[in-house]
Design a protein around this ligand. Structure first.
Ligand SMILES: O=C(O)CCC(=O)C(=O)O
Length: 290
């Protein structure tokens, strides 16, 4: 039986607003393990000047931001950390937020993909406004991204910002002038920015986010890091319609409930995204000034 970590008020707020915030989504031991491995990867990155490592489709696993150096490492993305760390794999398979995901879209839940997004102190890295679903069309929209806070997230260190209720609105095109930018147009952004709110809280907490929710995040203007471990899950009857943009050998592993071999379809239209060739979606988002 699933632990009910979300109150019924939080469950209905999730469907109204498109997100839920959960304190203590990680145990102290889990948090320590994740941070220890991440800090080791940051240390490894000091020896590299280009994105390095390799994921299943041959792209780099570790992505570096502009200005990265031995003395000021800028490791901004680790793709699919669950494949190279027992700590990340164990958390992906079992954590308190997954109980919340199961309450929302269960009982049968599959793993979709995972990544780390890091903004080091003073990092210029920002995430342009987008909807995750536009990177990963599925037969229905019961997909949730769990964004685990590996550091305290504050208003200054580049918190996630979300537009509450936008998951109930349109799917916005992420193609502009024939280029897949992985972001909404500047007009769409401008129309929603006033409604965006920051999500912040202590290390170990998590935000559970609907796949259609419009969101982004600004650069880190503080002297503290902001690191997120992002794990995406889907209802087991939500079938992918395109290759996973973050492939891993754990794609489709049932993490709660059972395999039903059923497919459920919802009605929507969109243009297929571009299959990425760069080390992360930061490369796609850099293709436009939108
Ligand atoms: O790192 C962030 O602030 C947001 C992450 C995000 O939107 C994503 O990776 O889809």
């Amino acid at each position: 039986m699933t632990n009910k970590v979300l109150t019924s008020k939080q469950v209905s707020a999730y469907w109204d607003d498109g997100y839920a915030f959960l304190n203590d989504a990680l145990t102290e031991e889990q948090l320590e393990g994740l941070n220890r491995d991440f800090n080791n990867w940051v240390d490894d990155s000091r020896q590299h000047s280009e994105p390095f490592g390799e994921i299943l489709d041959g792209r780099a696993r570790f992505d570096l931001e502009v200005g990265h150096s031995t003395y000021r490492p800028g490791l901004r993305r680790v793709t699919s950390p669950v494949e190279i760390s027992d700590n990340y794999l164990a958390v992906m398979r079992d954590n308190r937020a997954l109980d919340g995901v199961t309450q929302l879209i269960g009982p049968d839940v599959e793993f979709n993909n995972s990544k780390i997004n890091a903004k080091h102190p003073g990092s210029a890295t920002e995430v342009k406004y987008h909807q995750d679903f536009m990177f990963q069309p599925h037969s229905n929209e019961d997909l949730i991204a769990v964004l685990f806070f590996l550091d305290d997230v504050t208003l200054e260190n580049g918190p996630l910002t979300v537009v509450p209720g936008s998951h109930r609105g349109p799917l916005f095109d992420h193609w502009h002038d024939g280029i897949y930018t992985g972001a909404v147009s500047s007009d769409v952004k401008a129309a929603h920015l006033d409604h965006a709110i920051p999500i912040y809280g202590p290390a170990g907490s998590a935000c559970l986010m609907h796949t259609r929710l419009l969101h982004g995040s600004a650069s880190n203007n503080s002297d503290k890091p902001r690191t997120l471990f992002i794990c995406e899950y889907r209802a087991e009857d939500s079938k992918p319609l395109q290759v996973n943009h973050i492939p891993s050998r754990y794609d489709g592993e049932v993490v709660r409930g059972t395999r039903t071999n059923r497919v459920r379809c919802s009605a929507y239209e969109m243009t297929f995204p571009e299959v990425p060739t760069g080390a992360s979606f930061f490369v796609q988002q850099a293709k436009s000034d939108e």
